[in-house]
Write a protein that binds this ligand. Structure first.
Ligand code: SF4
Ligand code: SF4
Length: 449
């Protein structure tokens, strides 16, 4: 840490009177950081602002200083921490193995709902209560809420509202939600509880369907289930499963996140599956982190920890699972040039880079061209593109410029949040390039559809 950076920190005169923050984080995690700065070039918010306080090194320093009671959590410091995408690109770059996600996530749980001055919990606003926690985590509610939007799209009312500038009358967060809304497809039939393997049975798997993805990308779940069937898997889809809890956990609501985790582990525990398959990087990363979350939120609750760790051991991204199983090569050609975007929670959080590319390379006729800055966040980052609009837009534009520079006719990615963000930015740039999930292409290549 530079002297200039240290001097710029507001030192707290009588910090002992304030409630301590950061105490749920084992202190050694801060000490793993040796301040070498090798992570800064990988951090999207540092790349965009050039401000050390918006870099991983700077944020670790700030969180540690708050934990030590050396500085106060002012609005300015909160702003630097809130601007973090939790994309974990810094973890990939860090040679010292700093677990940045395991610093910022529990720190947010402590601080987002806590006023340090008064020591009282901060009340959630209408957006948190009504939309983030009251709507997004429930696929059924979300489907109902999207029905009028779908009708408005079909009747052309939506396009007229945009052309006449009427959407500008909406509150900012609703305006951003409207901007992110893709052309809503027909949902088709709901997934059944069970789909049998095609050909000799090679595995029995559970399919995690989640919330936003289930309401908006149900066709991707169908494609994933068909690809698994075509690869000899019985597919079980338990109805009791719920949202993965990432929306709550990443917005500081730890307890509800833990409740959702336990419901999910119980929903799949009865099914005796070899693996639980996830096709959304953000959900997969959260599900794989359940054990850690229990350690942090329910220390001493050994049963919850054991149960969640058992469940976590079964979680696999669909590309990870198929690459291990040995995918059956599809036979129908897709003569297209596509490019592949690495979703942060797939490449940085789950270290899955090669498997989706391997699967795409099996499709006859498909050419996959490299995407510059493929591993830099697109600005979606869960609900970040609703709460940190300016930075999300800057990163979205940067991503789209890179995508368009490849000359590809479609862009492929394994995360619903990235799909929403990138399709909105492509639209804003005047491009109608399709945004696809690898499973959609594989499904087409198996079926010749
Ligand atoms: S997080 Fe890692 S790469 Fe970044 S400054 Fe600390 S030790 Fe260096
Ligand atoms: S998680 Fe992403 S945005 Fe946050 S400090 Fe690390 S690289 Fe930067």
């Amino acid at each position: 840490m530079t002297a200039t950076h240290e001097q710029s920190l507001p030192v707290l005169p009588n910090s002992t009177e304030l409630p301590r923050l950061g105490t749920t984080i084992p202190y050694e995690r801060f000490l793993d950081c040796v301040h070498c700065g090798l992570c800064t070039a990988a951090c999207p918010t540092y790349l965009e602002t050039g401000d050390e306080n918006n870099s991983p090194r700077g944020r670790i320093y700030l969180m540690r200083a708050i934990t030590d009671g050396r500085i106060e959590l002012t609005d300015t410091i909160r702003g630097h921490l809130d601007l973090c995408l939790d994309c974990r690109s810094c973890e990939t770059a860090c040679p010292s193995g700093v677990q940045y996600g395991r610093l910022i996530e529990p720190f947010r749980v402590e601080t987002l709902h806590h006023d340090q001055k008064s020591g009282r919990p901060v009340q959630d606003g209408w957006f948190q209560k009504g939309i983030l926690f009251g709507l997004f985590p429930y696929a059924g509610r979300l489907r109902w809420a999207l029905a009028p939007a779908k009708l408005a799209q079909r009747l052309g009312i939506d396009a007229l509202m945009t052309r006449w500038g009427l959407t500008r009358l909406l509150p900012e967060k609703l305006r951003r939600m409207h901007r992110l809304l893709p052309t809503l497809q027909d949902r088709g039939p709901s997934l059944p509880d069970f789909l049998p393997a095609i050909g000799p049975r090679r595995a029995r798997v559970g399919l995690f369907t989640g919330c936003v993805a289930d309401a908006m990308f149900h066709h991707v779940h169908w494609a994933t289930a068909r690809v698994l069937q075509a690869n000899g898997c019985d597919v079980v889809i338990p109805k009791q499963q719920v949202c993965c809890g990432a929306i709550h956990y990443h917005n500081g609501a730890g307890e509800p996140a833990l409740g959702l985790a336990l419901t999910n582990s119980q929903a799949f525990a009865k099914e005796n599956v070899d693996a639980v398959i996830v096709n959304v990087a953000g959900c997969g990363s959260m599900l794989k982190d359940y054990g850690h979350m229990a350690e942090e939120l329910a220390p001493g609750h050994a049963t919850a920890h054991e149960e969640l760790s058992r469940f976590t051991a079964k979680i696999q991204d669909v590309s990870e699972f198929l690459a291990k199983l040995g995918p059956i090569a599809p036979t129908h050609a897709i003569p297209q040039k596509v490019t592949y975007h690495d979703a942060c929670h797939l490449c940085h959080a789950q270290k899955i880079r090669e498997q989706p590319r391997q699967l795409l390379s099996l499709i006859p006729g498909l050419e996959v061209v490299p995407l510059p800055e493929s591993e830099i966040c697109c600005g979606a980052a869960g609900s970040y593109n609703l709460t940190q609009g300016e930075m999300a837009d800057r990163l979205g534009r940067r991503k789209v410029e890179n995508i368009l520079s490849t000359g590809a006719t479609a862009v492929v990615m394994g995360n619903a949040g990235c799909s929403l963000q990138i399709q909105a930015e492509l639209k804003a740039a005047g491009s109608s390039m399709p945004v696809l999930h690898p499973m959609e292409l594989l499904d087409q290549a198996y079926r010749g559809a």
